[in-house]
Design a protein around this ligand. Structure first.
Ligand code: M6R
Length: 619
């Protein structure tokens, strides 16, 4: 959701702002712009709809010499992507960039119109701007103008602001949406996230709720809503710059898929020795095992799909029933939650607005919250009662891949540890699961990634189509849900995922000659049933792409387009048959590569698909 950058220092700001925006473009990329203070202290602005390259073109070769400015890359909420709606929004006195949503913009706009203000854009940001302008004219002081405006604005927002004549001063306001402040050798920065300035510095701090920072070349002053000064601890970013670069791959998505073996192994090792009571306190766990309390998993998009796999294994290993909900539905559904329940929140970014709201709601009701996040220090990470880290590192491609695989590792580990605590899994089996995750699974996933060419051939079938279906049963049903989302978000092929047995209850009417249907069959117990459903599809002319485990017999007439996955699981003395339990990792990677190649073949922007943003900080 929109990227904000700001710089003040001894260097020239324009190139730094543009480089920062380049790194933040994954947050939104339908328009961009920068504002700076010229040598007379006046505000200058250039902005453009479309990608950042168009802004660069507009700015031309001779970039402004100013050493203080703000920049923005937009993901449209209020008003279409256009030059008028692009940020920064400015008056003669103030320039503002904004991430988030001003919920009461309409009533404020009417009030400001009543006071003589006019509006050029459809954005809520322009309302915030004019409100700040009004207070600045009255109070003549940037900090008090921002404090007064902040007390009137409702919603979730992060602002970057410069004021005419206030050379070297950059202001940052945080209410709900993330903002960081960083310290470089030749100046200081504000940004929506630390990747924006990692080439310049790794020293930063996060603004907390309701804080305002006044950033100058030589220092930063932070105050709260009441003007009280706040001291901040300076952190060192743990990510290297290489995480934000493609490292020889044509796209971040492909690079990130190839990172999965290491990430799976790192995440599994980090979890292996962690005692269950460091994850969920004993008294709560005991209640869950005795069915006095419930586990719910809440997340959005791909993270929610990881939660579905979590449900499957929590129920399979630990025999505790688990409900999984979309965060956007959960928060408005008046959910039944009691003290003694556990709410698991899964989020790559740790900033997703709906997931964060669900967390806060659960905490208000005294429910224990456990976060599974990929960003240390993010809001969900900080606010949950306990937080577990997926060691995926920064994920740049909008389509989530490596973070999903790391989330699966945590789901499996959690399920095994709870099952062990409940006495429903032997110590031997638990150890075998943890070892399998750190050793067997990474090798298997590496094997799938190496078979890129085979998957590309399957993608050639899909890339010609406008519609596709994905089917599977049991755990495969959850895998195809994610596979289908991946395909549609980056290739723009309309795609739907169904439990294989459900197709004939309506959707099969859409299967005609040549309709592509991707079936995943890794679950031996229901393989024959899925194969029957596949026959129903082929009888109607549907074109099958089958991803199946190599220990499942596929009839010869269906084996033209089968991608075989080696069966991997736990062998030996286990209480149940866990022989194929790790195949979902391989299948997930194969589905990710299928979507990736389809997108490339269709000439789509793989890493920055249309209309999407990486971190969804609005509801
Ligand atoms: O940062 P989060 O994991 O909370 O994000 C949730 C979804 O927005 C995200 O998974 C989205 O569905 C991805 N674009 C999917 O690839």
């Amino acid at each position: 959701m929109c990227g904000i950058i700001g710089y003040t220092g001894s260097g020239s700001c324009a190139e730094k702002l543009l480089r920062g925006l380049d790194r933040l473009e994954y947050r939104g990329y339908d328009s961009s712009g920068i504002s700076w203070l010229d040598e007379k202290g006046k505000i200058k602005t250039v902005k453009s709809s479309g990608r950042l390259s168009l802004l660069r073109e507009k700015l031309g070769e001779a970039l402004p010499k100013s050493s203080c400015g703000i920049g923005h890359t937009r993901w449209a909420t209020h008003g279409a992507p256009s030059d008028e709606n692009a940020h920064p929004h400015c008056t003669d006195n103030v320039s503002v960039v904004h991430n988030g949503i001003i919920e009461n913009y309409f009533s404020l706009k009417e009030e400001l119109i009543g006071k003589g203000y006019t509006f050029d854009s459809e954005t809520d940001t322009e309302v915030a701007l004019k409100l700040i302008d009004m207070y600045y004219k009255k109070e003549k002081d940037p900090l008090s103008a921002l404090t007064s405006a902040m007390s009137r604005l409702k919603g979730s927002f992060a602002l970057g602001v410069i004021f005419r004549g206030r050379e070297g001063e950059l202001y940052a306001v945080r209410v709900g949406s993330p903002l960081v402040v960083a310290f470089g050798d030749d100046g200081n920065y504000i940004a929506s996230d630390i990747h924006a300035f990692l080439d310049k510095t790794d020293k930063y701090f996060r603004l907390e709720e309701g804080e305002i920072a006044c950033v100058c070349p030589r220092g930063v002053r932070v105050t709260d809503r009441d003007g009280r000064e706040r001291s901040k601890e300076i952190l060192t970013a743990e990510f290297s710059l290489s995480a934000a670069e493609k490292g020889g791959y044509p796209h971040f998505m492909l690079k990130e898929i190839h990172e999965e073996p290491r990430i799976i192994s790192d995440t599994a090792r980090s979890m292996a020795e962690l005692p269950i009571d460091k994850i969920i306190p004993w008294d709560i766990l005991d209640g869950i095992i005795k069915e006095e309390g419930n586990i719910r998993i809440v997340a959005c998009g791909t993270a929610m799909h990881a939660g579905l796999i979590g449900k499957y294994y929590l129920e399979k290993f630990a025999r505790v029933s688990v409900e999984v909900s979309y965060a956007s539905e959960f928060r408005y559904s008046d959910p039944i939650m009691h003290q003694g329940d556990v709410l698991i929140l899964i989020s790559q970014s740790g900033e997703t607005a709906d997931t964060l709201a669900a967390l806060r709601m659960a905490k208000e009701r005294g429910v224990f919250t456990l976060a599974v996040v990929n960003a240390v220090g993010s809001a969900i990470w900080r606010e949950a009662d306990r937080s577990l880290l997926t060691l995926a590192g920064p994920e740049i491609a909008v389509a989530s891949t490596k973070a999903y695989s790391a989330q699966l590792v945590l789901m499996y580990t959690l399920a095994a540890k709870i099952a062990r605590a409940a006495g429903r899994l032997s110590e031997e089996a638990e150890t075998a699961i943890c070892r399998g995750l750190s050793d067997t699974v990474p090798k298997a996933v590496e094997g799938i990634a190496a078979r890129d060419r085979e998957i590309k051939r399957l993608a050639e079938i899909l890339s010609e189509q406008d519609n596709a279906f994905f089917i599977g049963r049991g755990i495969d049903r959850y895998l195809v849900t994610e596979g289908s989302l991946k395909l549609k978000e980056i290739s723009y092929i309309h795609s739907e995922a169904y439990p294989a047995g459900e197709l004939k209850h309506g959707t099969i009417s859409l299967i005609t000659e040549g309709t592509p249907v991707v079936a995943v069959i890794t679950d031996k117990n229901v393989a024959d049933k899925t194969i029957s459903n596949i026959k129903e599809v082929t009888a109607r002319g549907g074109e099958m792409i089958i991803i199946s485990s190599d220990d499942i017999d596929i009839p010869p007439e269906l084996s033209k387009t089968v991608f075989r996955i080696p069966s991997i699981g736990i062998k030996g003395n286990c209480e149940k048959d866990y022989s194929g339990i790790f195949i979902p990792f391989s299948a997930a990677t194969a589905l990710q590569l299928l979507a990736y190649h389809t997108s490339v073949l269709r000439g789509c922007d793989v890493d920055r698909p249309r209309n999407l943003a990486k971190s969804v900080t609005v509801e």
